[in-house]
Write a protein that binds this ligand. Sequence first.
Ligand code: HEM
Length: 266
Amino acid sequence: MSDSHTNPAVTYASYLKVDELLSLQQPRSEGEHDEMLFIVIHQVYELWFKELLHEFDRVRRLLEDDEPHRAQHTLKRILTILKVMVAQLDILETMTPLEFISFRQRLEAASGFQSDQFRQIEFLLGVKSEQAIRRFPEGSRARVELERRYHEPTVWDAFLRYLSREGYGVPQALLARDVVAPVEPSTDVQRIVVEVYRRDTKNAELCERLVDLDEGVQEWRYRHAKMVERTIGRKPGTGGSTGAAYLRETVGRPIFPDLWEIRSQL
Ligand code: HEM
């Protein structure tokens, strides 16, 4: 029997699973026009989160393999995606507070707060919490992924280990630090990074891409917080937090504190 009988030709729809994809938008309200946008944009974000995780894993691997140029190239891709993600918030901001209220009740306690992929990205960047893991049922995809990432080195750990292999005197305590702990500023690392900026163009550029990444994530947090404020004001979030006030606290917290600290030392 020829192959064409057993395996029908690949088409756009079969390769991309278009029918399945288009069946996944299921509004809960009765015909409230704006709910479709709300669902689509969140699903699009989840897909971007998936792609970001895929690329972050690569960045970490490339640093482990001493491939700084390729790591930078991948970081550039991540930053470009982040820019698109920030720009997409403009679309949601075309939704007025009343349009949102028209279906908000139907969300019940659902909130972006429960996005496990967002937490996975935070874990990769060094913002880890056991509480974030416990929110997901044992054995669920989300929990398994979060548990795995919780114990993995962060992007910053991979960077410090790379710098050490480049001949910089990163203290042993930092190279072997507990990867679960938050990334704390270190004067030793700052001294090294100042040296990198003064003498080592290749690695200084890598540092700049990490600063871009840090700024990009902060930009998303800021724009999301502002969007929330203009949409629900001071009302609490569907996820149970204080809403805009909670989100404001997460804005401006650097991911890589040492890379910001050295700016005033240069
Ligand atoms: C009208 C649109 C939106 C509103 C009113 C809104 C509201 C909120 C609120 C109030 C929170 C705080 C947690 C809570 O109590 O619920 C939150 C968290 C969050 N939202 Fe949104 N959101 C919107 C759109 C989006 C979109 C499009 C995304 C993309 C995935 C998103 C992702 C997140 C994430 C990841 C968090 C957790 C942030 C953190 O804990 O640092 N949100 N959102």
